[in-house]
Design a protein around this ligand. Structure first.
Ligand code: NAD
Ligand code: DAU
Length: 361
């Protein structure tokens, strides 16, 4: 296992961080990166790989089963790490179809390719194979204040089209393990942040808007709670599962950082007041604007990470303040990366669709 790895969605936020992480930990691994390069994926995210000669990018759809079968053969793939997905909740509320197609049908196609090439042709022994599926805490639904954190055994109760599509894909992955003996693991992770995150998600959007003097749109009362995890810690958790995780098991991953959204945004403003001290937009908190809430907005997520901590010895290593400081500095050092995105018409279209005429709350 882990000699020849197929990574789907490796040009996106977490996938590109994971490729960098693997290349640092295990430079000998051959990586085939299958990515459709949608609005969320970019070759710019893969510029600074430590071992570019060990990485091939294949621009293709994860639903293209024949192409995936070809890749499994040609590169003698023994490990699949499946990140590719439509990942933004707000977009799933405006256009759920792409989520059903990529997250459900795409995962199905990948599973079918693995079933055919790995299980029917039996080119490699099962103990040499792994299908690792990347999922989310959102499959568990929403918590009320005081509810215990999600455990691996918490029943699924997704509320958005995004979360429902991820839950469906988790069920398919488990069914392929149960029905066909596919050697799988699944990880359900909480909200990630860090370098290369597309500026549609809360933290990079707030950094970008604050830098350019635009309003910082807080949905509803800003008291929703997420369990923030620095992306490199997520990568380390996935790597631990690949190396020592038990076949057929799911692992929860989370950061233990649970301040409400408004506190996250205020902290970003305070960091920028120091890091971007000469700007006319200081204090950045003056840009905060409460806007109409996300429909069906989940109130709170929290992850119980006892299992991965106990069984695999993983724990988050970056605390939230330190992680936010590193993240803000990364964006300040990569203004060209941000500028390339905001110049795209599709980005401006999305901002108009989601924020224009939203109204204040
Ligand atoms: P992202 O949106 O930044 O990247 C997704 C990548 O998938 C992009 O490179 C995109 O081009 C690619 N992609 C999309 N559709 C595709 C298709 N049909 N075929 C091939 N490639 C396609 O997402 P992310 O934030 O990096 O999330 C990666 C995975 O982690 C997703 O499965 C997501 O559900 C999961 N996850 C994300 C978070 C988070 O906080 N971002 C937390 C938990 C789990
Ligand atoms: O929990 C894991 C999930 O985290 C992942 O599975 C998803 O792929 C990822 O997008 C993320 O989902 P969220 O909806 O929690 O992330 P987002 O960054 O979109 O929003 C975080 C919180 O901030 C949420 O409560 C909504 C709020 N928010 C978001 C945006 C974009 C705002 O208040 N204003 C905004 O403009």
């Amino acid at each position: 296992m882990n000699q020849n790895m197929l990574i789907t969605g490796g040009a996106g936020f977490i996938g590109s961080n994971f490729i960098r992480y693997i290349q640092e930990q295990a430079p000998e691994v051959n990586i085939v990166n299958l990515d459709l390069l949608t609005y969320a994926g970019s070759q710019e995210n893969l510029r600074d790989l430590p071992h570019p000669e060990k990485h091939i990018l294949v621009e293709a759809d994860v639903s293209d089963q024949p192409l995936i079968e070809g890749l499994l053969h040609e590169h003698n793939i023994d490990t699949i790490v499946h990140f590719a997905a439509e990942s933004h909740v707000d977009r799933s509320l405006k256009g759920p179809g792409a989520f059903v197609q990529t997250n459900i049908v795409g995962t199905f196609s990948l599973l079918e390719a693995a079933r055919k090439v790995w299980l029917q042709e039996k080119r490699l022994g099962k103990d040499q194979l792994r299908f690792h599926h990347i999922s989310t805490d959102e499959v568990y639904g929403s918590l009320d204040p005081g509810d215990p954190a999600f455990e691996e055994t918490t029943p699924y109760a997704p509320t958005s089209p995004y979360a429902a599509s991820k839950a469906s894909s988790d069920h398919l992955v488990r069914a392929y393990a149960h029905s066909f003996g596919l050697p799988i693991t699944i990880s359900n992770c909480s909200n990630n942040y860090g370098p290369y995150q597309f500026p549609e998600k809360l933290i990079p959007l707030m950094i970008l808007n604050a830098l350019t003097g635009k309003p910082l749109p807080i949905y509803g009362d800003g008291m929703q709670i997420r369990d923030w995890l620095y992306v490199e810690d997520h990568c380390a958790a996935i790597y631990a599962i690949l190396n020592n995780g038990k076949i057929g098991e799911s692992y929860n991953i989370g950061g233990g950082n649970q301040p409400p959204n408004i506190e996250i945004v205020t902290t970003i403003c305070e960091i920028l007041d120091v890091e971007d001290a000469l700007t006319q937009f200081r204090p950045h908190s003056q840009l905060i604007e409460y806007v109409t809430d996300r429909p069906g907005h989940d109130r709170r997520y929290a992850m119980n990470i006892d299992k991965i901590n106990r069984d695999l010895g993983w724990a988050p290593s970056v605390n939230l303040k330190e992680g936010l400081e590193k993240t803000v500095r990364w964006y300040l050092d990569h203004i060209d990366w941000l500028n390339a995105i905001i110049k795209e018409k599709s980005y401006q279209n999305w901002v108009d669709i989601n924020y224009q005429g939203r109204g204040t709350s």
